[in-house]
Design a protein around this ligand. Structure first.
Ligand SMILES: [Zn+2]
Length: 236
């Protein structure tokens, strides 16, 4: 089973942004959420499309103003000397240091060799992958233990899959997206637990969610963070 990264499926756009519609059986009213580059409508499960259309239409100006304001203030942080590098809840500083061979962390700084933007991006990704694997593996083993599923876990590796944060196979191989290293630790932990629980249940049944809820009562908040901010983890 895989945990999908959100992919907008929608017929509406506002200010050039595709509107994501999330329907939920528990919801009773329509609401609208605007964050940098995303517009989300939360709707009760059976809301007719026409109602969502008119709801959006009535708020189009408001949404466009917010999107414009965000666009003006959020320039993606370029990967230059001094740039902030989030790492599982810490904020490290990128240092472009002549003479560096392998990207290396020293204290709260990550040193990479000078290079063009593409080389810099590759070096930064390389460092994230090196640093993330042991952390994410340890987290995965911890949750597999807590679930009593340690013997089912085979291999933990990193992925760069475009559309998913993690996956778990029937053979017990878990793959986790390296960009999770840029998320808050508790958010990365949610994805890790999500996949580790698939070692027991290769589905999203109530039994599966009971395992998650037992070990992480606030899992919904962490999942919501990923839904709302996951796109901000990409390298600037
Ligand atoms: Zn899943």
């Amino acid at each position: 089973m895989t945990l999908q990264r959100p992919r907008p499926r929608s017929q509406w756009t506002v200010g050039g942004v595709l509107v994501t519609v999330r329907r939920s059986a528990r919801r009773r009213t329509l609401s609208l959420n605007v964050s940098p580059g995303t517009v989300t409508v939360h709707a009760p499960a059976r809301t007719p499309d026409a109602l969502i259309s008119s709801f959006l239409e009535a708020r189009r100006g408001w949404v466009e103003r917010h999107l414009t304001a965000y666009a003006a203030r959020t320039v993606p942080s370029p990967l230059v000397d001094g740039a902030a590098l989030p790492f599982l809840g810490e904020t490290l500083t990128l240092r472009v240091t002549p003479g560096t061979r392998t990207p290396t962390r020293s204290g709260s700084e990550v040193h990479i060799p000078p290079g063009d933007p593409d080389a810099t991006r590759r070096a930064v990704e390389r460092w994230y992958r090196l640093a993330a694997l042991p952390e994410l593996r340890a987290l995965t083993e911890g949750y597999a233990d807590a679930l009593g599923a340690r013997d089912r876990l085979r291999r933990v590796s990193l992925s760069g899959a475009r559309t998913r944060w993690g996956s778990c196979t029937a053979q017990g191989d878990i793959r986790l997206h390296w960009l999770l290293a840029r998320a808050p630790r508790e958010v990365a932990a949610y994805v890790v637990l999500h996949e580790a629980a698939h070692l027991l249940e290769l589905n999203h049944s109530p039994r599966y969610w009971a395992h998650i809820a037992r070990l992480m009562p606030d899992h919904a908040t962490r999942r919501a963070w990923l839904r709302d901010h996951g796109h901000t983890l990409a390298l600037g």
